[in-house]
Structures are given as C-alpha cells and as structure tokens.
Design a protein around this ligand. Sequence first.
Ligand code: GDP
Length: 471
Amino acid sequence: TAKLLHKDASEVIKKLIMLGTMATINQELDMDTILLLAGDFGVEVEVKIPVEEDRFETTEENDEPESLTTRPPVVTIMGHVDHGKTTLLDAIRSTNVIGGEAGGITQHIGAYQVEINSKKITFLDTPGHEAFTAMRARGAQVTDMTIIVVAADDGVMPQTVEAINHAKAAGLPIIVAVNKIDKPDANPDKVKQELTEYELVPEEWGGDTIFVNVSAKQKMGLEDLLEMILLVAEVNEYKANPDKRARGTIIEAELDKGRGSVARILVQNGTLKVGDAFVAGNCFGRVRAMVNDKGRRLKEAGPSTPVEITGLTEVPLAGDPFMVFEDERKARAIAEKRATTQRQSELGSNTRVTLDDLFQHIKDGEMKDLNVIIKGDVQGSVEALKGSLNKIEVEGVRVKIIHSSVGAINESDIILAAASNAIVIGFNVRPDNQAKATADSEKVDIRLHRVIYNVIEEIEQAMKGMLDPIY
Ligand code: GDP
C-alpha cells in the first residue's frame, strides 16, 4: 500500500496509528482503510473491482440449466390514449384481489402480481410505451411480453402503431386485447383487419397473433386474456435461478418524507432478502424493509416479484440496474465507481449512432442494420421514402425502418431511437420542442429533408463513409 501511495512504510504506519488502526508493514489493508489513508495523504485512489462482479445481467446465461426454475412472465400494457389501458390494468388487478388474497391493502408499487390457475403473472403498472422505452433506452429490459390494447369502437390509431413498433423494436411477443366490445358500435373484426397491415394476423386468418376480445369496464374476457398470457409464457419458457443474489431493475423511486428514499424494484433473477446489501444505479444501501403490492411485509422476494424497499442512501432512477452484493462495503465501492464512470461518460463522447460516424461502426463490424425512424407530412411521401430506403444496401449493411408515421417528430420517436440506436428522418416535418430537447440530451441524430433524393443520397453516402462532415 505504501508504494502505491508513494510514501514510506513508516509514514503510512504512523498515519494508520493516528487513524486508530494498528498495522504492521506487511498487513493487507481493507478498502475503507485504504480510502481513508489516501484521503489523508491527499491522494486519489481508484478502486478496482473485478469486472465480472460489476457486470449487470439479468439473463440466466451464467446459470446451470438445472438451477433454473420457471418464473412468472412480466407484462406491459400499451396502446392509444383512451383505449382503456388504465381501466384494463385496474380491472385485472381488482378481479384477482377478490379471488385471491383478500384483506391486503393495495399498494401502488409500479407493478403488481395476479394469480390464475395457481400461476402468477406480473404486470407493470405504468401504461404506455414511453415509460417502457425510456427504461429500455437506459439499458433495462424489464418485460417479457406486451399487450396492445385497441378500442373496438375506434380501431388502430397513431399511438397503437407506435406501441406496436416499440414492442417489435424490443423483440417482444405481442398479444392484442380488443377492448370496449361492450359498446354498441364495437367492431372487433375491423381492428383485426387494420392490424394485418402491421403483421399482426389472427390465427383464424392464418397468422400467429393472439387476439382476445375484452371489456375492461365490464370485466369481460379478462380470464381469457390471462390464460393467453400464460400460454405465451409457457411457449417462451421464462426462467430464473432463485438460489442466488438478486438482480433486477428499478421501476420507480422517490423520496418519502417519513421513510427516506423508497425504491420499487422488479426482481428479475435470484432472491432478494431483507438485510441484503445492494447497488441501485449509483446508490447503495441495505434492504431495511420490503413490502409487496398487497401491502404485505416480505422477508424474501424471488424472480419476477415487484417489491418496494427502503434503506437506500439516495434516490435511483427508473431503469437503473439493481444488484445485491455480499457486503455493504463492496456495494458502496461499486456505487461510487459507477458514479465516476457515469460522470466520465457524460463528459465524453456519445455512444449513439449518427450518420457522421456510421461508417466507422460499419467498418468495425458493429452494425448490420441501420435503424431508421421516418416521420413525414403525408402518408404518400412516408411510403415512398420507406420504399426507397429499403432498397439501399451498401457493403452488407441494410436500412431497417423500425417506425414510420405521419406527423411531427415527437418525444416518443426520440426515445425509441435512443433505445434502438436509430436515426430519425423528418420529411417536411420538424421535431417539437420536447423532442428537440430530448434528442439533444440523448444525442439522437435527427435529419430534416424536403427532397426524397437527398435523403437517399445522404444515407448512402454515410454508409459508404463519404459523408462530408457538417461544420
Ligand atoms: P387509457 O388512456 O388507455 O389508460 O384509457 P382509460 O383506461 O383511461 O380509459 C379511457 C375511457 O374509456 C374511460 O372513460 C374508461 O371508462 C373507458 N373504457 C375503458 N375500457 C372500457 C370498456 O371496456 N368499455 C367501455 N364502454 N368503456 C371503457
């Protein structure tokens, strides 16, 4: 240690004694003492943590197959505004409280669990694709499947299409809930017809998308929907290893007047226990108390369980990774290291693709698809642009249009771009203020054009590495 600090051993020992530690010349010092010493000598110490401990993964890739057990699926509900997402979430939840655990006081902890045929399903309680994709943009994969809600009296609307594309960009299975079938003007077949355009074709028409007719308001068809979710879960075999330290994602977090920092977590792998030391984003802590969505105190929470915990030092962000470590000292060291790396990366260059550095990504073999979002003033030009861009192929790299629609560039487009490493093309449309601000902070490349030929040329040149830099 002395050598690292560029000090005499005797000096270090003297200081240690002053700091209240009796030390000998060959003694290994623990991390806290080293940090204390360094601080005292005015030396900056970089704490190096073995890399494998710091890596965040929620998959079961490191688990032996025999250690894996089935876990409940985690489901998000998306769809156009007013099509009934909130009503559906509430209906599913209330149906289950009557049948299941009565007496608990419902807690809104960002997600809840229901049980059907003695199997559990976890629902994320924040409807809409913005929250979902914002988490994804931060690197969090929290859901296994998506329910797209479409009102049968209204049909496919712009945010329905957004939701479909957000779900597809995340590679998630989709179940369509055709809602409001109680309404006299409900036309579920029209919804099915419209959705075929987005490659969501019902089984009876030769496709493989599951459609369920529901009325969230009258609580009709809910059981069917839940059974279909279980079916998709069975096919996909979602698994986790409950016998290890927990990992998960922060769904929500806030500062509570009485309880301090409160975080709502989805445990994704392992089992979380009261007393566990953890890192959440740049914060660390120890689980003081844990409650579930029924207001019950828990001692343990296994995979796919949403819980609310107290015992954090600060407030983490939604989408932050959550990880348990063997002790608080390690948790703290990692949280501090994260804070530093984050500061550095905020200062440093961006990691998102832009047309200017596209060629480098291609050359490095990092990219096979250039993800693109197209917004245009009229459907005709959007379609024309899509057609032309789909034909471009340079050096094995293709353009992949992950979303396109008519209208100004909005925040949802930018978040999707950030989550999918895409660029946004505006054809005779501009970003709104919110979108512009988010694009700046997320470093998303927006290209505005009025002539289709120019778009094609720009993209082609970028793919060939021939784009003139913009000054
Ligand atoms: P969200 O914006 O998608 O979350 O939609 P809401 O859940 O807030 O629902 C919008 C409106 O549609 C509310 O007035 C609901 O009462 C109504 N609604 C939702 N589901 C149904 C349904 O199944 N049938 C009928 N008739 N109305 C519904």
